[in-house]
Ligand binder design. Structure first.
Ligand code: ADP
Length: 476
């Protein structure tokens, strides 16, 4: 820190004033010390000539030594003062050049608010030269005359009371009449010598802030609009969803109602037909036997349709219950084939003969259902004379069962889609066969619920193969 010259001057005065008293006091103290202590000892122990010599030496040296010491002190204090003054001058010059070169406007005001200094930054900011503005009131710069007087008074008063005013934003007039927004810092100069004022141009910042505020407002409006639109859409979606749920429920209710209403009379009809066959008193004619057989086949078909529709409807709303157990696949295949044969199939079935297969982890009833479905399809879609074959193979993780049939096969594009709900191949042959596109969909869902999978392929020599794989039972 540079010492202020004023303070070093007053310190020098104080030191010299103190020395004015200290010097005589020190001399008195020395003489008294000599006279009271040393001289007595010299007087008692030394001869008179020696005693005289000591006294002469004491009085002749003490005064000059003290004077030398005092002058030396004063000299070093003067050097110190000169140093402090030099440093202060350099500091002042540096401050003055910083003030002059500053991009901010730096002014000093007298206690009446008249401008005493006007730097280059002020010239650049307001366009006025120093000659024009020196001795002019600061109110000339501030916008609004009466308000400017009040503002200046408030600034000087607050700066006087608190020492400074910082970050005060106000509007000033430039030489061309345009308005400049400034951030003002006023500092009270000690000794009531006026106020120093720094003005920083914040016009651009204010314009940007205004722009950001405007953008923000428009953004908020846009967000509010979008939110409103979204809320309306969400409401419409919720309404549509509720409507859909209602429709879905109605559909499920309708399917369940129709299926049950159909199934009950169907069961009664089956019972009645069987009763008629058994209790007929006379032997049936060939035509009658054929009619009974047709009625029975049609009832089977209707029964399968009802149970498929019920299964598909249930798959939509509830999880599939699987009662998995370790199963040997060959007996399951035989059970399915027997069920099919009881229905009088049009094509012969070749059964697999492969002992030593691992057990599968599956639900017996559902597995029989899947096999019956695949065999029924093979019977339905194979041309007369074609044979149906069942193959089984296994590896360490899966047992795979394939049902192969003859015929034209399935278009490549449909090999995946035939497992979708209600999907049927649009070829004339397929459409002629009785069906409704639910069987393979149900098979896929049942197998997937048991950790299995199903797929279809075309055979090189014609016809197709439907295969499904199930995980090997891993228990003991
Ligand atoms: P549906 O047989 O009642 O139409 P599925 O879901 O069982 O319904 O079969 C879907 C479609 O797959 C059938 O319409 C048929 O076109 C085709 N498909 C199924 N199995 C065979 C098969 N063995 N041979 C040829 N096409 C088949």
């Amino acid at each position: 820190m540079n010492k202020v010259p004023g303070s070093s001057q007053s310190m020098l005065h104080q030191r010299i004033a103190a020395l004015r008293w200290a010097l005589p006091l020190m001399m008195v103290a020395l003489v008294m010390l000599y006279q009271l202590v040393i001289m007595r000892w010299v007087h008692d122990t030394m001869s008179d000539p020696l005693h005289f010599t000591v006294e002469v030496i004491f009085y002749a040296t003490t005064g000059p030594i003290l004077a030398y010491w005092v002058l030396n002190r004063i000299r070093s204090w003067l050097v110190e003062k000169e140093d402090a003054e030099r440093r202060a001058r350099t500091h002042e010059q540096r401050l003055a050049s910083i003030t002059a070169a500053s991009a901010d406007a730096i002014l000093s005001l007298d206690p009446q608010g008249m401008i005493l200094s006007w730097n280059r930054g002020a010239e650049l900011l307001f366009g006025y030269s120093a000659d024009r503005m020196l001795k002019q009131p600061l109110t000339q710069l501030l916008s609004g005359e009466d308000a400017a007087e009040i503002e200046l008074q408030w600034l000087s008063e607050t700066a006087r009371q608190q020492g400074f005013v910082r970050g005060h934003e106000t509007a000033c007039r430039r030489i061309d009449g345009s308005e400049a927004m400034v951030e003002l810092t006023a500092t009270h100069i000690q000794g009531d010598q006026g106020t120093s004022v720094i003005l920083r141009d914040i016009t651009l910042r204010k314009q940007r802030e205004e722009e950001i505020r405007r953008l923000n407002t428009s953004l908020n409006e846009q967000v509010a609009d979008r939110t409103r639109e979204l809320a309306e859409k969400v409401e419409a979606l919720a309404r549509a969803n509720a409507e859909l749920q209602k429709l879905d429920q109605m559909r499920a209710d309708f399917i369940s109602l129709v299926s049950h209403q159909v199934r009950a009379p169907l069961t009664n009809m089956r019972g009645a037909v069987e009763q008629m066959q058994v209790s007929c008193p006379v032997a049936l004619t060939l035509t009658c036997a054929q009619m009974f057989s047709i009625v029975s086949a049609q009832m089977d078909r209707l029964d399968r349709l009802v149970s498929d529709v019920l299964d598909a409807a249930r798959l939509e709303v509830e999880p599939i219950l699987v009662q998995a157990e370790p199963l040997s696949i060959l007996p399951v295949i035989r059970q399915a084939v027997e069920q099919m044969r009881a229905r009088r199939m049009d094509h012969p079935i070749r059964l697999p003969t492969r002992p030593g297969l691992p057990l599968v982890d599956a639900d017996r009833e559902r597995l029989v259902g899947v096999l019956v479905n695949l065999l029924d399809n093979a019977d339905k879609y194979s041309p007369p004379g074609g044979e149906i074959g069942i193959d089984v193979r296994a590896d360490e993780t899966e047992v795979t069962v394939s049902v192969r049939s003859s015929g034209p096969g399935i278009p490549e594009a449909d090999l995946e889609r035939i497992f979708d709900k209600f999907y049927r191949v649009e070829s004339g042959d397929s459409q002629r066969a009785y069906g409704y596109g639910l069987g393979l969909y149900i098979c896929r869902r049942f197998l997937e619920a048991q950790g299995g999978r199903i797929w279809a392929e075309n055979r090189a020599g014609g016809g197709c193969v439907f295969s499904f794989a199930l995980p090997v039972w891993e228990g003991e």
